[in-house]
Each structure stands twice: as C-alpha cells, then as structure tokens.
Design a protein around this ligand. Structure first.
Ligand code: FAD
Length: 467
C-alpha cells in the first residue's frame, strides 16, 4: 500500500507517524513545499540554543497530547515559571484580569479600572436588556456580541488582546463557538431550557463551574501540574522525532500543485512523487487543500476555499542582559493602544526557566492581525526597530543598551486560519462532502482547531481511518 502525505507540518508528520504505527509495511511518502519540515513549528538555532519562532508550547492539560509526547515519543517536557502576564492599555502595564472567559467578565468589578463608566454600568445592567436571540448550534462574532452587550472598550482593550494572542485576529473576526466553545455551549443549554440567554449570566455559570472543578481537583489531591508545557530543545524535538519515527521518505522542496485520480485506481500527484498512490492525506493549509481537491471533490473544495487566513510576524531577540526586564511571562497590548506596532511580547526567558538558564534574555515580539498585513510585510529593520521601541515604551527595557546579540524575523503569511463564526460550518460541510471518499483524508489546523493537541489528535484520527 502506498501513501502520499502532502505537507510536513505537525498534521502531516503525525499522520505519517500514525500510519507507520498501524501499517509498518506501508510505503509512506511525505511531500513538503518548503526547504524544511515542521511548518508552523520552527526552532531557530540561536547561538545559546534553539528558540521557537512559531508554536512554543502546548496545552499539557490535554492528557492525550501530553502522553503522546512524553510516553509514546519519549520526549522530556519543561514547564513555565508561572510568572504572570500583563496587559498594556491606556499607557499603563496592568496585571491581566483573570475573572472572566477570555476577557469577558460576568460583572464589571474585575475590569472596572480599565473600562469606561458607561461600559461598567452596561455590564452590570445587562439583564435589563433584551435577551440574546440565540439559536442552539449557531455561532456569532465574539467581538460583535461583546460590543452589543457590554461596550466597545471591553472588546478593544481586553477581549481582542486575549483572543488575538492566540488567533491573530481581533475578536470581531472570531466566532464565539469557534474560539470559546464552552460559552457557546452554555448559551445553547440556556436556550434549550427555555431560559433567557444573557452574556453575564452565561459567563457567571462557567466561572462557577470552573471554581467547582478547581475545588474538587484540589480536594481529590489531583494536582494537574502546569497548564502548559514546552520542549527543552524547542519544537524541533517534535518534528525531528516524528519524521525519524514515521518510516516515511520525506521530500522537501516538493510543491504539490495537483491531485488527480489514476485511471487504474488511486491518485497521482503533480509537482512531486511518481506513479499512483493508494491513499492520500492532505495536511496543508486551507487554500492549498481547496486547490488540490478542486478536481476530485469540488463541493468540499468550495467550502474549504471560504476559510480565511490571518498572517503574523515574530521577531525573536536575544539580549546580553535581562536587567530591567519586568518579571512577566508575557505582555498583551490592547488593540486600541495608539502609537505602538506590536500586538504582544513573550518574555521567553522569564516565562521558561530553561531559556533563562542560558543567560541574558530572550524576547519574542508578535505583529499583525487579520486583514492588516502591512506590518507582516514591513522591512526587517523596521520590524526590529518597532519591537525594540515598543518594548522600551511599555517596560522601560532598553534593548539596544542591553546588547542585542541575535535577531530572527519570521513572517507567517496565512499562518493561522481565521476562526470566525463561519469556519465550523464550512469544516462540517467539507467533511460531510468528503465522507464517502474512503481513500483520501484531509487534516490540519483549519480542520481541527489551532492548538497543537487538536491538530495532533485530528491528524492521527484521519490517518487511522485510512489504514
Ligand atoms: C506564530 C505562531 C505561534 C503559535 N503558537 C502556538 C503555541 O504556542 N501552541 C499551540 O498549541 N499552537 C500554536 N500555534 C498553532 C500551531 O503551531 C499550528 O496550528 C500547527 O503547527 C499547524 O500545523 P499544520 O500541520 O496544520 O499546518 P502547517 O504547520 O502550516 O503545515 C502545513 C505544511 O504544508 C506545507 N505545504 C503547503 N502547501 C503545500 C503544497 N502545495 N505542497 C507541499 N507542501 C505544502 C507547508 O509548507 C507546511 O509545512 C502557533 C501558530 C503560529 C503561526
């Protein structure tokens, strides 16, 4: 049996690995368009050790992913320092308020200082408005909903900063169900029970559940450890191990431009590979997947083509000293903050003790939001200047004086699918249209959700279905 996997990111490599586990005799070929494997996992060899320019951590609370990396692949993980994160708004660095769901509070109290009196009043009086006309199963823009119920500043100062840190989009371009599924599920439950649906009541219900769950976990002595984990040698440990243990022949610089049915059965590729393949897995970003599916599954291709992508740029910087860098893991920047270019800083050597041990400081600056690629396309020198200027304006840390010894600028064009209020439906329809085709699989962040555990689980599931 011959398998072709297109794309050597996390999805493609874990699909190849999974096929090999279940069908060790299978011939697996992986085709990667660029000159390296890993996709959005990319550990750059700084002089003092590898620094991740894409994904840097994963949700270790996800037992399946944690067990896969540590037990199955035998990788060692490291945990963050636990230093708090801050948010920069109104010209001040403030502790990130925790009492809410991705910055959406149940009442005004925890964020009173950072929003207008009018918004505070609206939050506390939300139950006096008409209920949200919610149909179970629907999705709706997170930004629009919070603007309508609470006020613009709650979105621009908090919700967009928090969600944008993960999704490279402002809250207006993100769906509630697509990004905060438990909140959408609470709306569903309220609507199904015939209760009026209110944002504040739904958030309160979720926070109570979270407090109960935390209480019972403590009571049962099941300390879950850190929420996030990383790899001491960066994500290279993951992609190199997966590649080695996948038993696959991996072709880099192999840009696949077409996929067609072979008259004798199976598939043929254009742009790489030879002969026919019995099974094909497309582990490529949405636009490429749509293009490759066009001739084989036009309906699915059409749904996938509707998925939009957000771009971002990361500037990784190594300084000789960390003196003066605040004791924070990261800093989010409010979307309405004037005069700044960056959207967030990860103070990597504060966040990760294994990076601090190398001496000096490592900081990552992130730029770019959906619909605004100008910064992602900016000159490299300009991006570095913006990163240094913004870091100094926000924290007082003078990166030029601190000895900027290494810099790496990474642009992620179309790096993250935009998890707007349409994506879940598009993915559902695409999967439905593909359900009958048993020798072809599609997977990747657009189909599964952006987090590493979700991408990994979906890719392994798709691979098992094909074996
Ligand atoms: C800056 C950034 C930071 C992130 N941080 C985190 C984090 O800390 N934690 C977390 O859980 N998630 C994080 N993510 C998300 C996570 O990294 C991604 O969701 C995941 O790595 C996506 O894997 P993938 O295999 O679906 O896609 P990709 O990594 O994009 O892989 C797809 C591969 O297909 C290749 N390809 C495309 N077209 C073709 C073609 N025609 N022929 C052949 N090959 C092709 C591409 O070159 C690429 O290598 C981050 C993402 C970004 C961009």
């Amino acid at each position: 049996m011959r398998y072709a996997v297109i794309g050597a990111g996390l999805a493609g490599l874990s699909a190849a690995y999974e096929i090999h586990q279940h069908a060790p005799e299978a011939a697996i070929e992986v085709f990667e368009a660029t000159d390296r494997i890993g996709g959005k996992m990319f550990s750059v060899p700084f002089h003092s050790g590898p620094v991740d320019m894409g994904a840097e951590a994963f949700l270790a609370r996800n037992q399946e992913a944690y067990a896969f990396f540590t037990e199955e692949l035998g990788l060692r993980t490291v945990t963050p320092s636990g230093l708090p994160s801050s948010v920069y708004m109104g010209g001040q660095l403030r502790p990130l308020p925790h009492a809410g769901m991705m910055g959406i509070p149940a009442d005004a109290e925890p964020i009173r200082e950072i929003i207008s009196e009018e918004s505070a009043r609206r939050i506390d009086a939300e139950a006096e408005q008409d209920p949200i006309p919610w149909t179970p199963g629907q999705d709706y823009s997170a930004g629009r909903l919070v603007r309508e119920r609470y006020g613009d500043d709650v979105v621009d100062r908090l919700v967009s900063a928090l969600l944008g840190g993960v999704y490279s989009c402002t809250a207006d371009d993100l769906g509630i169900r697509a990004t905060i599924p438990r909140l959408a599920a609470t709306f569903d439950a309220m609507a199904e029970a015939g209760e009026p649906v209110y944002l504040s009541a739904a958030v309160r219900r979720l926070l109570e559940k979270r407090a109960q769950a935390a209480g019972s976990a403590r009571g049962a002595g099941t300390g879950q450890g850190s929420v996030f984990a990383a790899f001491p040698g960066g994500y290279a440990e993951v992609y190199e191990t997966l590649a080695e243990r996948s038993g696959a022949r991996i072709f880099i610089d192999a840009f696949i431009t077409g996929l067609s049915r072979d008259p004798k059965g199976g598939y043929r590729l254009t742009g790489g590979g030879e002969g026919a393949y019995d099974r094909v897995i497309l582990a490529t970003p949405a636009p490429t997947t749509a293009l490759l599916l066009k001739g084989i599954a036009p309906e699915a291709a059409q749904h996938i083509a509707g998925i939009r992508l957000a771009s971002s740029a990361v500037v990784g910087m190594k300084f000789d000293t960390d003196e003066g860098l605040p004791q924070n893991s990261g800093i989010l920047i409010a979307a309405d903050e004037p005069g700044l270019h960056a959207k967030a800083f990860t103070l990597s050597s504060r966040k990760w003790p294994h990076l601090a041990e190398r001496g000096g400081a490592v900081v990552r600056a992130s730029f770019g939001r959906f619909g605004d690629d100008a910064l992602v396309r900016a000159e490299e020198d300009d991006l570095v200047d913006y990163a240094l200027d913004d870091l100094q304006a926000i924290t007082g840390f003078d990166g030029r004086a601190a000895g900027l010894s290494e810099i790496y600028v990474q642009r992620w064009f179309g790096g993250i699918p935009c998890f707007d209020e349409h994506i879940l439906e598009r993915v559902r329809q695409a999967k439905e249209a593909l359900a009958e085709i048993s020798d072809l699989g599609v997977t990747g962040a657009w189909a599964s959700g952006v987090g590493v555990p979700a991408v990994l689980a979906d890719a392994r599931r798709v691979a098992r279905r094909l074996v």
